[in-house]
Design a protein around this ligand. Sequence first.
Ligand code: AGP
Length: 614
Amino acid sequence: MCGIVGYIGLRNAFPVIINGLKRLEYRGYDSAGMALYHQDLQVKKTKGKVKNLEELFINDKEKMGSIGLGHTRWATHGEPNDINAHPHISNSGNLVIVHNGIIENYESIKQMLLKKGFHFQSETDTEVLINLIEDIMLEEKVKLGKAIQIALNQVIGAYAIVVFDKNNPDEIVMARLGSPLAIGIGEEEYFIASDATPFIEYTKNALYLDDEQMAIIKKGSKPEVRNIKDDSIIAPYIQELQLSLDQIEKGGFDHFMLKEIFEQPNVLKDTMRGRVLSEKNMIKLSGIDNHLNKFLNADRIIMIGAGTSWHAGLVGEYLFEELARIPVEVEYSSEFRYRNPIIKENDIVIPISQSGETADTLAAIKLSKEKGAFIYGVCNVVGSSIPRESDSGTYTHAGPEIGVASTKAFTTQVNVLTMMALKLGKEKGTVSINDFNKYLNELENMPVKIEKVLENDLYIQQIARHYKDATNFLYLGRGFNFPVALEGALKLKEISYIHAEGYPAAEMKHGPIALIDKNMPVVVIATKKGQYEKIISNIQEIKSRKGKIIAIVTEGDVQVKSLADHVIEIPETLEPLSPLLTTIPLQLLSYHIAVMRGCEVDQPRNLAKSVTVE
Ligand code: AGP
């Protein structure tokens, strides 16, 4: 996710844009930039936060101009640095663009433009897009709006873009597919932004572009909205916003955590975009492709992480051993780094980290490198320390995760590990072509299935009301869902401060069963294809001791329904993919219990989003 702001109208654009970018920093904050037109085009951009950008404008003259663009970046292609920061300018220096999204086929377009003599300063897909638009304006001799419409019919991916031409500073053009774009309608002035937070103080009249729509705004005229595909005119729907600034930042949700839970269907699409290619029956992961022999000849994979990321690693262990038949160990980074572990050069170490800055994981990487291991990072923050310390890796593309409790970070990490295990399984022949295709189709269905699970939100809120005053919880799972039980317990304890323990369900009889009584809620993950009969016996053991049972079951389940106190259904799926679904109800249950207990859900006590100290 990135934050975009544009302005065209009668007032100075600078304060609108700089303050608007500050409001959008929750969407990304690794670099920022602004373009203003006043007698000529001026572009300033820098690595770091919006305040770093503000400091670059040192006098009032530099802040002049009544048309401008601004951008605060969440890097997906190219390191966070000054050159990769937006806005990007076309080769002629005339066109300037800001972009939120991912252009999947930018490489092939870049090659075509290079052959035509275009050159590129940055590693970004965005700079390719603005030069494609310029090439079309030159070749087709068309205006900016038409060139953008033609260009967007050639790109594959997701985008929200705002563009203007310094030779025609009374016009600004915007378009969207898959990334949000709102237009604030003022008196002879227009505000364009990723959401309404940058302009809500100026106007409550907003026009939200739909996917495959673009708008051309000329100074003094109303926006002209068109369909990108066929260039047809669309009647704009202008609405009066009722949301507060705070509510808009959270997308209308009460907390960032809930927003991020509900983002997961779309975020998983971003994680898989350009990677899960079922029509070609392939998974494209350049990090693996470039080091395939390393993986095929690996003696062992060691996954390291902390907290939720360690749980993702545990799911990864089941995935890699089941699908790719490669031995896997999963280690807490904090233990691994001090244990003097035996690491050999045919070992592959996979650090898993949302922030890419966890001190223990960084230290474990350094130790592994000293002992000759190959490091393959699975991280979310592009250009953070862990990817920089790794030999290669795959980004999760989860976008910024503001809530301290990881939610979409976990599901996207598991999604990446699933793609890696499947890709290696296919390469090794341990996954048949037929099964591989089944997995790909199921992965592509996953966002829709997660949407279905999210429909249980109100029901889960009702369940939460029954258990919000409990003092202890037990979470049980088997196989692929044992790590999900651990993750569910962590979610509950870190935001509601209720003590919770996750256990392999079969371990119950080795101690935890002594805890079971009528005051002990037990969350059991009982998917149909996951050692179902065994988990039924565990549920019966709990019931006979009057434990309260909240069961996560496959939709249509009858047997567990007759035993459990509450049942949350998830769509059927292949068991190795089930963690992507079973974790969702546990996120919602924890969230609602924490809210009912009046806890600070987004910033739980004693916790930090990234533990950069030991
Ligand atoms: C989980 O909800 C917490 N946010 C925490 O356990 C987190 O997973 C852990 O600190 C690791 O952080 P990382 O993924 O950024 O390395």
